[in-house]
Design a protein around this ligand. Sequence first.
Ligand SMILES: Cc1ncc(COP(=O)(O)O)c(C=O)c1O
Length: 286
Amino acid sequence: MIWLNGTLVRGEDAMLSVWDRGARDGGAIFTTLRCYGGEPFAWQRHLERLVLSAAELGFPVPPGPAVLRDAVTAVLAAEGLRDAVVRITVTRGVAGGRPVRTGSWVEAEAMGGRLWAGTRQTDASGGPLGARVMFSRVPFAPGWLGRHKTTSRLAYDLAREEARAAGVDEALLVSPTGEVLEGAASNLFVVLPNGELITPPLDSDVLPGVTRRIVMELAAARGMVVREQPVAREALRAAAEVFVTNSVQEVLPVRELAGAVVPVSTVARTLLADYRAAVTAGRAFA
Ligand SMILES: Cc1ncc(COP(=O)(O)O)c(C=O)c1O
């Protein structure tokens, strides 16, 4: 069941006009979040990113947060899900009409199929085994739209398919000048030998990941130094640890990078424990 423009409909009956710019031209934005025990985590942060993107990109006003929150509850109930991945999509609607309304829908999926092997498989301590990642072979230049989670995702999807074809969890996107920007569906963190955390800055047109920001806050609360600065591809080889973040995989240590073993991740595991504690406590992250 899908919530579409205010109504619950069966997936196969969920129709969007071919005149909708979301259907025609990739003119839509979305967010993907995880629900734990029926509760969306970091709800306000996800809605904030969606609403800010809608405003910055000149979209019609999306449905209000309370409407979307009720939609999530309705879809979870209809699907009988409590632990789930929820996606909220908002299109630019049909051009020309007045008022122009977005096309909006909310869908939910069981966690099972969405976890990467490195998240799903566990090590002796019960934590995630860790991701195997590669560098995408295609130089990546997202431009300013990279800061928005749009449905114009072909470049990201092709990088994900490179990863799938190579049998690894994630492909890291590297700029034409050799900066590692982010994963095809995750943000990147590097732990330097002195313990400092580095993550590529938002002005390199990476997605302002909800998990990225939460992890930066959790690290700062532990007194760790976190800096936003460019990460050169060669610098990754000298890193003490590498990890990636997103709302579904949470905080995922990288255990293999372009075929080379990456040291065991203790900082990532600490931050994952903090993240899960925040989930369990239902911390709001307003
Ligand atoms: C390109 C890209 N970067 C980063 C992320 C992580 O974002 P978030 O933490 O908000 O899930 C995603 C999420 O899918 C993504 O697609």
